[in-house]
Write a protein that binds this ligand. Structure first.
Ligand SMILES: NC(=O)c1ccc[n+]([C@@H]2O[C@H](COP(=O)([O-])OP(=O)(O)OC[C@H]3O[C@@H](n4cnc5c(N)ncnc54)[C@H](OP(=O)(O)O)[C@@H]3O)[C@@H](O)[C@H]2O)c1
Length: 190
């Protein structure tokens, strides 16, 4: 199992959302996320899952984390409800952790095998949409864990005001085929 956290945060304040929405729209950032996760497995908190258009992401399996045992997904063939995060310890393959804030914190601050092996840290350097109302949601605890326990292994990629860097957990074996796939997807070589 390889666990990859992937996010796009705002520089300086680590905001990833205002209310249920991401407060910027950068097409190339969505495309990068799509290239990296295409055909793969995504884990999302219930709030983030509800924010996906049509509650889906085509060509991906989605694992929805919720405490609600009766939660109904939009596509029973490809979406799965997880009520106990520890059930993922037996996961076979690569799992992309796709938010939101509570989920990044949950995984990035763990001390066991569920702590992500790889982090794709995208940082938006432009202005956020100040017209949105709702609480500002940030991932500072996850970013602090990134600074403490991870090493940057990629170059700095900059596109459309988004700085993307790839990190791996210090002193740990990481499946190089996963890292290669992510770097190729960022560089649009696949
Ligand atoms: N910029 C980005 O990269 C990015 C990416 C993803 C999301 N976002 C943004 O992040 C925001 C949402 O973040 P959020 O923190 O409010 O919500 P969230 O993490 O998406 O979902 C929270 C929900 O997940 C479930 N959950 C959390 N911990 C759990 C656990 N240990 N076991 C079982 N279920 C658990 C609970 O669902 P139940 O209440 O159903 O029990 C909880 O209410 C939105 O603004 C979204 O747009 C941004």
């Amino acid at each position: 199992m390889t666990i990859v956290a992937i996010w796009c945060r705002h520089q300086d304040d680590n905001i990833i959302g205002i209310g249920p929405k991401i407060p910027w729209h950068i097409a190339s950032d969505f495309q990068r996320f799509k290239r990296i996760t295409q055909g793969g497995n995504i884990l999302a908190g219930q709030t983030t899952y509800e924010s996906f258009p049509g509650r889906t992401l085509p060509n991906r399996k989605i694992y929805v984390l919720t405490f609600d045992q009766n939660y109904e997904v939009s596509d029973a063939e490809n979406h799965f409800v997880i009520t106990d995060v520890n059930a993922l310890k037996d996961f076979d393959g690569t799992l992309y952790i796709a938010g939101g804030a509570s989920i990044y914190k949950l995984f990035m601050t763990r001390q066991d095998d569920l702590r992500p092996d790889v982090v794709v840290d995208c940082m938006y350097q432009g202005d956020i949409d100040a017209t949105l109302s709702g609480p500002k949601i940030d991932i500072t605890p996850a970013v602090e864990a990134l600074g403490e326990a991870y090493t940057q292994i990629s170059q700095n990629y900059i596109e459309d005001n988004v700085l993307t860097r790839v990190y791996v957990k210090k002193n740990d074996f990481v499946d190089q085929s996963v890292v290669k796939h992510i770097l190729n997807a960022i560089e649009n070589k696949e």
